[in-house]
Unconditional design. Structure first.
Lengths: 190, 575
């Protein structure tokens, strides 16, 4: 199989690490060759962060380049727009509606663009939008946004629900498992 | 068992399987996780040393004592440890010793993008370069065999994309390495001129032997392509980009050892292809080797020296399929890293900004004090430079600068290489003011303990260096501690110590707000009836505060209730 590419984008500290661990486990279990690339250190301090997940028969490069992403999973609208150029012509964006002002917007040096979803769609991109923060809070914790997004992403994968459940059980600490399973369901059925 | 493993974790696994017993490292992105993963194996003694030089010398001591040892550092850390490295090349080792060094092309988290391969060439020690996690594990094991067989320390070079990428590895059980007997050998281990001069020919002979080994080593392999128009010599992550773009259409010479480089293997490869290209990130080291062999070769004439490569870059420069994307018309505002909400450094930097101080900075989270709106930093160079440089600055300018110039340095950086600079101030007597930003942890690299925290790498109680006592013992009469959440106290401390006619140390002390044991206050709220929209609270650059409809707004999910903004509000709108 040709290599498939998933990007997870957001703001440092939003929990993309668990999402990529979950996907890594899930895709390994399906027998794929997998590479997951993370960014640590300076970039984590509230900066724009990106994680690359690649899978297929044989994956070479650890990163995803412009025009290559089959999916962009985004925790934040501006970040979805920032990485839009990485989406394949027929790629799918799954994004939370959350908006977090970057420092140049806070200081007034720049403004947060309006109507980002419409603008992204007008480029021909397929954009699936949902209020993941509200759903995560409904599940019991604002921190479960990552798993709400994974639930939503599962829509686009031809994999049985049990496979996702198995990876959730393997990757989420037992005391947060119920909460995260609920978050997954809420994202999936939204 | 097959599993997905981070490159750095795979190095740690390789060290474990090879029977490594002692690891001493200093944290530095992207090398930190090697040691953090290794500490999970109870068979390996692991520690955070105060700096890379100490780490390397400790690992050397362990090797001398007969146990396989390791130290890890980032590329710039190898500058600090260069002194022992160059002479360990002469002494060689007793038990195997491996040095992990992680480069950062693209400077994701570094102050420069120097190429560590120069060190391998200059110090004349072998260097292995894995290109994924499986090789990281395999090469860590191989490095010990080479170290003991050729009597040399071995450099294991990682880079950000290999260190911080997970890929599939297959693990094996640990093989205990036998403890080598320790035998006194003055000629080999006491590097005074009469002995060292006899070791140098050994170093040159060893390089020749290693080069012979490199000619047929399985880690330097030719992957024949379907056509012979282009032959690419490459290594590390560049190899992965080449394979991504060209698959098996071109011939590839994949080098797992980049020092010393083979001669015959490269010459034979070059003769079988019509055009020879070297694909390597950063400096043209393999390319220059080819040129020295008299080969016609392309490399940095088409590929950049600066920054990281990617598959699109390789395709664009060498002729492959380039993927392009789309964009919206709006300008997307950048999202640079910032000091976290509740960061204890913020109050102190606000004070320095308000007092229009010249601030000679250092390496750590607090380097973000240079970012607008605080912009309270004038210089950042390398670990420890703040204190040495403030001394030189004041010696050059005298009274003109003494009253407004400060050095700022974190607790871990101070232990790393700030103490010697402080000794210079105490000894050569400049009237300098040094501020130690003590957040009780090594923050930027992800919370590692250090000699001032009282805990070791496992989180167990350890020796603790008392910063106040240390500064006083060095001869500073003026040593005071302030809470950076208290702006009034910070302002008084900075003004008084700058005005004092003798050198002084201010310790700005409060634990990092991200530490698990730190209790947060409830988030603040803004009384919009009181707020006049003056934006005074915006001067501190807190990511939790923004202006909405002309009034200050606090993001309750980010605010930790530090109260610094509250102290800036003239109308008491925060509550």
């Amino acid at each position: 199989m040709e290599t498939k590419n998933i990007m997870i984008v957001g703001v440092g500290g939003q929990g993309s690490l668990l999402a990529s661990k979950l996907l890594g486990h899930l895709l390994m279990e399906q027998g794929y060759d997998v590479k997951v690339s993370e960014v640590h250190g300076m970039s984590q301090r509230g900066g724009s962060v990106v994680t690359y997940v690649r899978y297929g028969d044989k994956v070479s490069s650890p990163v995803i380049d412009k025009g290559e992403a089959d999916y962009i999973v985004s925790f934040e609208l501006l970040e979805a727009a920032r990485w839009l150029s990485y989406l394949k012509p027929d790629g799918q964006i799954v994004t939370s509606t959350q908006q977090i002002d970057p420092m140049p917007v806070i200081t007034g040096a720049a403004s947060y663009p309006e109507n980002l979803v419409e603008k992204m769609r007008s480029t021909g991109a397929k954009v699936d939008v949902l209020d993941c923060l509200a759903l995560a809070e409904e599940a019991g914790s604002a921190k479960a946004v990552n798993i709400v997004l994974m639930g939503r992403l599962s829509h686009y994968f031809d994999l049985p629900d049990e496979a996702w459940q198995k990876s959730l059980e393997a990757m989420v600490p037992p005391k947060f498992l119920e909460l995260n399973k609920k978050a997954f369901e809420l994202g999936k059925n939204a | 068992m097959k599993q997905l493993m981070l490159g750095n974790a795979a190095v740690a696994r390789g060290l474990y399987e090879a029977g490594c017993c002692v690891i001493s490292s200093y944290p530095g992105t992207p090398s930190t996780e090697i040691t953090e993963e290794a500490v999970k194996y109870p068979e390996i003694y692991c520690e955070w040393a105060p700096n890379e030089k100490v780490a390397m010398e400790s690992a050397f001591g362990a090797s001398l004592a007969g146990k396989r040892s390791f130290c890890a550092m980032k590329h710039v850390g190898l500058n600090v440890a260069a002194d022992p490295l160059y002479t360990m090349a002469y002494t060689g080792v007793n038990a195997g010793m491996v040095i992990g060094v992680a480069d950062d092309p693209g400077m994701h988290s570094s102050q420069n993008e120097q190429d560590s391969r120069h060190y391998a060439r200059a110090a004349k020690v072998p260097m292995l370069e894995p290109s994924d996690s499986a090789e990281a594990l395999e090469f860590a094991r191989l490095a010990y065999e080479l170290s003991e067989r050729f009597d040399t320390p071995v450099l294991l070079k990682m880079c950000t994309r290999i260190a911080h990428s997970q890929s599939v590895v297959e693990t094996s059980p640990r093989t205990e390495a036998e403890t080598k007997p320790y035998e006194k050998n003055i000629q080999k281990y006491v590097m005074m001129p009469g002995n060292a001069i006899r070791r140098h020919p050994f170093v040159e002979e060893r390089t020749r032997k290693l080069q012979q080994w490199a000619e047929t080593a399985p880690i330097n392999r030719v992957e024949p392509g379907r056509n012979h128009e282009i032959g690419i010599i490459t290594s590390s992550t560049s190899y992965q980009y080449v394979k991504e773009v060209f698959g098996d259409t071109v011939s590839v010479l994949k080098l797992g050892m980049t020092n010393p480089l083979p001669v015959k293997l490269i010459g034979d490869f070059a003769r079988k292809v019509e055009k020879l290209v070297v694909v390597e990130e950063l400096d043209p080291i393999i390319e220059n080797h080819c040129k020295a062999l008299g080969l016609a070769v392309s490399g940095k004439d088409v590929l950049p020296i600066e920054g990281e490569f990617s598959q699109n870059l390789i395709a664009a420069k060498l002729g492959g399929t380039i993927h392009t994307g789309r964009a919206i018309e709006d300008t997307i505002p950048p999202r640079p890293p910032v000091m976290c909400a509740g960061c204890p450094h913020r109050g102190l930097f606000y004070t320095l900004s308000k007092n229009k101080c010249t601030v000679l900075g250092d390496i750590g989270c607090y380097t973000l004090g240079a970012v607008a709106p605080l912009a309270a930093m004038d210089m950042t160079l390398c670990m420890g430079a703040s204190i040495s440089a403030v001394h030189g600055f004041n010696k050059a300018r005298g009274a003109e600068s003494e009253g407004k110039t400060v050095a700022v340095i974190g607790d871990s950086t101070f232990m790393h290489s700030g103490m010697t600079g402080l000794a210079n101030i105490a000894y050569n007597q400049s009237n300098s003011t040094v501020i130690i930003l003590d957040n009780s942890i090594t923050g930027m690299t992800g919370h590692q303990q250090n000699p001032t925290t009282g805990y070791n790498i496992k989180g167990d109680p350890a020796g603790r260096i008392d910063l106040e006592a240390l500064c006083r013992a060095m001869g500073f009469n003026r040593v005071r501690v302030v809470d950076p959440y208290d702006l009034k106290a910070c302002d008084a401390a900075v003004k008084e110590e700058l005005a004092a006619s003798e050198p002084s140390v201010i310790i700005s002390r409060r634990p990092c707000a991200l530490l698990k044991y730190v209790k947060h206050n409830p988030p603040l709220t803004v009384d919009t009836a009181k707020c006049v929209g003056c934006k005074s609270c915006m001067k501190i650059g807190c990511p939790a505060i923004s202006i909405r409809e002309g009034k200050a707004h606090v993001d309750a999910t980010l605010c930790v209730g530090c109260g610094v903004c509250e102290q800036l509000c003239g109308v008491k709108a925060f509550g």
